[in-house]
Design a protein around this ligand. Structure first.
Ligand code: GLU
Length: 414
């Protein structure tokens, strides 16, 4: 793996960059170089053919100065420890930038979950929770969905936790189904939060209300964001998934693409798209580019192909530090992941609050709180950007790292 694609090396390089802008106590900075705790577990799963297959899982607990560790669990064949560590660091900055009382963590299991039967997936999910049981809890570490995990999986994990604990504890995990303590709007909250900040960033860049958008990745966040943007007058000109890209400069019909994907498993082959082969989504002519898949999609090699004026990072870690420097020079505005995709964890937090009270809010109420938090956070990050004459990313890092450092200092951890 080249240095550029080593996710944790990238996370540390961002941290080193912000140290040049703000004063951080050396004793605190030293502790921010590594997670507070990392678990590596093996998960034996009885497969449908009767044979045991042993899967590897991780949970990285990066920092809990501001509150319990918080972050999703990813099921993906490329999960590795560097990635999980980086994602747990980014969760720490994310919860700090939107100022919710949580720390940062992340989990992952090395598995191509598309190859598992429903029964195997359930046994793997329960097995992972069993393996990390002692290290999670509403006041300790609170998992949630991420790439290729969903409310159904959260439901199994909650059930497993409560069976072992012997009592109800809905706040141990977020992104649950509504029937067992989930929150209204959590299903599309990452996209909704991204929309709230995209709208403000587009205004800053002087983009029109019908600006064109290209979205990389058609998972939970990408697909919901495409729908929300279309409803609000934006023109979705390009979409992609791991199998390829589809383009229509007149605007793709997102509902149609969704139906096509549900039927065939991919956006590719959708009849309402122009027939062009071997396209990279990143080089499409669109005012706004939204990476919404995995890490390292914008690199030093391909950054020159970007035509967008605004990039909104719905994926975690989609831009390498080298590419980031080039984007800054070209005056392309990048709304960083730790702000752009924070809507998911914000509603996770609201879910936990509702769980603690045993009292549940309407969708409208949740959306209003999400909008307030995202709007306030964008303004705060913009202010930092201006104050330090830097990028939005470094503005967000300055705010987040200062908040984490303050909490560490107030705990006497310096
Ligand atoms: N996996 C999401 C993220 O990367 C949500 C995490 C959460 O809700 O805890 O932000």
């Amino acid at each position: 793996m080249s240095k550029n694609n080593d996710a944790f090396a990238n996370a540390l390089s961002q941290l080193a960059q912000v140290q040049k802008l703000i004063k951080i106590d050396q004793n605190i900075f030293a502790q921010l170089q590594t997670p507070q705790r990392i678990l590596e577990v093996s998960i034996p799963v009885k497969m449908d053919n009767g044979k045991i297959q042993v899967f590897t899982g991780y949970r990285s607990q990066f920092n809990d100065a501001r509150g319990p560790f918080k972050g999703g669990i990813r099921f993906h064949q490329d999960v590795n420890i560097s990635e999980v560590k980086a994602l747990s660091a980014w969760m720490t900055w994310k919860t700090a930038v939107v100022d919710i009382p949580l720390g940062g963590g992340k989990g992952g299991v090395i598995v191509d979950s598309k190859k598992l039967s429903p029964g195997e997936l359930e046994r793997l999910s329960r097995g992972y929770l069993q393996a990390i049981f002692k290290f999670v809890g509403p006041n300790l570490d609170v998992p949630a969905p991420d790439v290729y995990t969903d409310p159904k999986i959260m439901g199994w994990m909650l059930d497993e936790y409560e069976k072992i604990a012997g009592f109800h504890q809905p706040g141990v995990i977020t992104g649950k189904p509504l029937s067992i303590g989930g929150s209204q709007a959590r299903g599309y909250s990452t996209a909704q939060g991204a929309f709230f900040v995209l709208r403000q960033a587009a205004q800053k860049m002087g983009l029109r209300k019908d600006a064109t958008v290209a979205i990389e990745g058609f998972g939970n966040a990408g697909a919901h964001l495409a729908e929300i943007l279309q409803k609000n007058g934006y023109r979705i000109v390009a979409l992609s998934d791991s199998k390829g890209t589809i383009v229509n400069f007149m605007g793709l019909d997102v509902a149609g693409v969704k139906k096509h994907k549900a039927k065939t498993g991919s956006v590719v082959g959708y009849s309402g798209a122009e027939k062009i082969k071997n396209l990279s989504i990143l080089s499409q002519a669109a005012d706004i580019f939204v990476p919404s898949a995995l890490e390292n999609s914008i690199t030093a090699e391909n950054v020159k192909n970007i035509k967008a004026k605004l990039i909104v990072e719905v994926a975690n870690g989609p831009t390498t530090p080298e590419a980031d420097a080039i984007l800054a020079k070209k005056n392309i505005l990048v709304v960083p992941d730790i702000l752009a995709n924070a809507g998911g964890v914000v509603v996770s937090y609201l879910e936990q609050v509702q769980n603690a009270y045993g009292y549940y809010w309407s969708e409208q109420k949740v959306l209003k709180k999400l909008e307030d938090i995202m709007t306030k956070s964008f303004a705060a990050v913009w202010k930092e950007k201006m104050k330090h004459a830097t990028t939005l990313r470094m503005g967000a890092y300055a705010l987040a790292v200062e908040r984490v450092a303050q909490a560490m200092q107030d705990r006497g951890r310096n």
